[in-house]
Ligand binder design. Structure first.
Ligand code: CAA
Length: 397
C-alpha cells in the first residue's frame, strides 16, 4: 500500500490576499519561534515573555484594534486564522493572545471612551503591555451574574472603593491592566454589575499565587484580591450597572477565539496522526491501511472541517454585527461548543492512534490532550454554550 498526497484539504471559503498573508505570517512565526520552545515552557510553567513580545511587534496582540490605537486594524477572519496557527504550535501562547485580543482589546474598542482607549488600549494592542479580563469569583463561575466582590462609591463621588476576590484570571500574574466586573448595587442582581479598568500597579491590588494547571501551563493564571482599591469614576468602562451585558457581549467575541484555538490544537494532533498512520507498521502493514484507523482519521478530519466552517461563520457574523449592531451569540457559542468538543475528541483519538508513543512525553500528543481540555471549560463550559444556543433558539430568557 502507498500513501499519496491528499486530494482535498482545507477550507472551502475563498480567503482574500490579506487573510492569506496573516495566515502565512502567523504560521511561519509559530512554526519557527513557538514550536521549538513549547515543550520547555509547558514543563517549566514559565510565562513566555519573549515570544509574546515578538507577537506584539507582529501585530498579533491587537489584531482587530484600529491602527490609531496601536492595533493591526484587521478583521475577525484574520484574527481566527492567526489564532489557529498560534494554537497549532502551542495553546498557552494562543490563550495569552486570545484574552489580550478578544476579551481585553475588544471590550475597550467597543465600550471605551476616547480617553480610555488612549490610556488603556494602545499599549496593550501593540503588545507593549498585557491586558486581562476578570469575571469569575470563587463562588461564581457559570452563574456569572452573582458575585460577592463590591465597589462602593466614595462620599465625595470621585471614586469607587473595591473589595473582594476574583479567581481564574488568565494572565493576572503578568497583566498591567485588567477589566474587572464587580457589584456596585447588590440589590439589582446582574443589573448592579459595573465594569472597571484596573491598574495593577496601584495600592489595593494584590496578585494571588499562580494556579498549578493540568494544561496551558505557560499561560499564567491566578486569583486576584482587592483591598480598598480606589478606582476613579473615569475608570468605569461603559455605564454603571451595564457591566454584565459588557461581560456577555465580550465573551461572544472571546468564544470565537477559543474555538479557533481548539481548531488549531486539533489540527496539530490530526497532522501528527496522519504522519504516524503512514509511517508506523504493524502486522506487516502501515497502520493507516487498517479500517479501524481509517475510521478515526475520517471522523477526525470531518469534525475538524465542520469546526472550521462554524468558526468562519461566527467570524463573519461578528463582522456583520459590527455594521448592524446585531448579536452573534448563537454563532459564537456553536463554534466554541463544536470546536472544543472536537479538540477533545481529536487529541484523544490521536493518542489512541499513536498508542504508547502518544502517552509518552517524548511526543507532543499528551501536551495537546492536556491543553485541549480547557477549551471545554473556560469562557463558558460546553454545558453553558448549549444553554445559550438553546435559549436563543427557543426565545427563552
Ligand atoms: N450579549 C449582550 N447581552 C447579553 C448577552 C450577550 N451575549 N447574553 C445575555 N445578555 C443580557 C440579556 O439580554 C439580559 O439583559 P436584560 O437584563 O436587559 O434583560 C442580561 O444580559 C441577563 O441575561 P440572562 O438572564 O440570560 O443571564 P443569566 O444570569 O441567566 O446568565 C449565562 C446567562 C449564559 C448562563 C451567563 O451567565 C454565562 O455566559 N455564564 C458563563 C460565564 C463564563 O463564560 N465565564 C467565563 C469567564 S472568562 C474565563 O473563562 C477566564 C479567562 O480569563 C479566559
Amino acid at each position: 500500500m502507498t500513501f499519496q498526497t491528499p486530494v482535498s484539504a482545507g477550507p472551502s471559503l475563498e480567503l482574500s490576499e490579506e487573510h492569506l498573508m496573516i495566515q502565512q505570517a502567523a504560521r511561519e512565526f509559530a512554526q519557527k519561534e513557538i514550536v521549538p520552545i513549547a515543550e520547555a515552557f509547558d514543563h517549566s510553567g514559565e510565562f513566555p515573555y519573549e515570544t509574546i513580545k515578538k507577537m506584539g511587534q507582529l501585530g498579533f496582540m491587537g489584531i482587530e484594534v484600529p491602527e490609531e490605537y496601536g492595533g493591526a486594524g484587521l478583521d475577525t477572519l484574520c484574527y481566527v486564522l492567526a489564532m489557529e496557527e498560534i494554537a497549532k504550535a502551542d495553546v498557552s501562547h494562543s490563550t495569552i493572545m486570545s484574552v489580550n485580543n478578544s476579551l481585553y482589546c475588544n471590550a475597550l474598542t467597543k465600550f471605551g471612551t476616547e480617553a480610555q482607549k488612549k490610556k488603556y488600549l494602545t499599549e496593550v494592542a501593540s503588545g507593549a503591555k498585557i491586558g486581562a479580563y476578570s469575571l469569575t469569583e470563587p463562588m461564581s463561575g457559570s452563574d456569572a451574574g452573582t458575585m460577592k466582590s463590591r465597589a462602593v462609591l466614595s462620599d465625595d463621588g470621585t471614586h469607587y472603593i473595591i473589595n473582594g476576590t476574583k479567581s481564574w484570571v488568565t494572565s493576572a500574574p503578568v497583566a498591567d491592566y485588567i477589566i474587572l466586573f464587580t457589584m456596585t448595587d447588590p440589590s439589582a442582581g446582574h443589573k448592579g454589575i459595573t465594569a472597571f479598568l484596573i491598574e495593577t500597579d496601584k495600592p489595593g491590588f494584590i496578585r494571588g499565587k499562580k494556579e498549578p494547571k493540568l494544561g496551558i501551563r505557560a499561560s499564567a493564571t491566578s486569583e486576584i484580591y482587592f483591598e480598598n482599591y480606589k478606582a476613579p469614576v473615569d475608570a468605569i468602562l461603559g455605564e454603571v450597572g451595564k457591566g454584565f451585558k459588557i461581560a456577555m457581549a465580550v465573551l461572544d467575541a472571546g468564544r470565537i477565539g477559543i474555538a479557533a484555538q481548539a481548531l488549531g490544537v486539533a489540527e496539530a494532533a490530526y497532522e501528527a496522526s496522519i504522519h504516524y498512520a503512514r509511517e508506523r507498521h504493524a502486522f506487516g502493514q502501515p497502520i493507516g491501511s487498517f479500517q479501524l484507523i481509517q475510521q478515526k482519521i475520517a471522523d477526525m478530519k470531518t469534525r475538524i472541517e465542520a469546526s472550521r466552517l462554524l468558526i468562519y461563520n461566527a467570524a463573519l457574523a461578528k463582522m456583520r454585527a459590527e455594521k448592524t449592531g446585531e448579536r452573534y451569540t448563537t454563532e459564537a457559542s456553536m463554534a466554541k461548543l463544536f470546536a472544543s468538543e472536537t479538540a477533545a475528541y481529536v487529541t484523544d483519538e490521536a493518542i489512541q492512534i499513536h498508542g504508547g508513543m502518544g502517552y509518552s512525553k517524548e511526543m507532543p500528543l499528551e501536551r495537546y490532550y492536556r491543553d485541549a481540555r480547557i477549551t471545554r471549560i473556560y469562557e463558558g463550559t460546553s454545558e453553558i454554550q448549549r444553554i445559550v444556543i438553546a435559549r436563543n433558539e427557543l426565545g427563552l430568557r
